[in-house]
Design a binder for this molecule. Structure first.
Ligand code: 5GP
Length: 177
């Protein structure tokens, strides 16, 4: 166990709970897509979740990555920017977006609009964390790891100005400066 960072106030979800839930989500997704699915991970926050989730899925998968962001520091900028597009066509494919956290819903909503235009056979959302208290744009979440309160969290891929992604647990950040 590494020393606890003084900028973190508590562990919200420990490593074991994350890994157990990821295994459950993997089983759910395998049952839903017996013929296979394209997992679209949103960089960079969803990387750890995407890798673990993909290993918990037993149906055929392909992996692609997209970069889209609406955040600066700890608050949503309200403007969504695309930084990297998919590297394949997704028309007539089952596609599952893999996200780290859905907060206001703006990011996922913008991505849904973008990907729907490419005519996938189906388009689903799997998020590790859901913060429903701050939702501004309603989004259909098909697979959710954990519903959490309105707190800014880091770890397991989630950052604060690029720090803390490699924590194996999800922790609550003290009031950011
Ligand atoms: P939304 O567009 O739903 O407001 O924001 C989604 C994105 O905001 C996430 O992909 C993530 O990058 C960032 N985000 C939202 N809440 C948190 C949080 O509590 N911690 C961290 N590290 N990022 C967050």
């Amino acid at each position: 166990m590494r020393n606890f960072d003084p900028h973190l106030c508590s562990i919200l979800i420990d490593e074991k709970a994350i890994q157990n839930r990821v295994r459950e989500l993997g089983a759910e997704i395998s049952a839903q897509y017996p013929d296979g699915v394209v997992l679209v991970g949103i960089l960079t926050g969803a990387l750890y979740f995407l890798v673990d989730l993909s290993r918990a899925i037993s149906c055929p998968i392909e992996i692609d990555l997209i970069a889209i962001s609406s955040y600066v520091g700890t608050s949503s900028s309200g403007t969504v920017t695309y930084k990297k597009d998919l590297s394949r066509e997704i028309d007539d494919r089952h596609v599952l977006i893999v996200e780290d956290i859905v907060d206001t819903g703006r990011t996922i909503s913008a991505l849904l609009t973008l990907l729907k235009d490419r005519n996938p056979r189906s388009l689903g959302i799997c998020t590790l964390l859901d913060k429903p208290d701050r939702r501004i744009v309603p989004v259909p979440i098909h697979h959710c790891g954990f519903t959490i309160p309105d707190q800014f969290v880091v770890g397991y891929g989630l950052d604060y100005n690029q720090a803390y992604r490699n924590l194996p647990y999800i922790a609550v950040l003290n009031e950011p400066k």
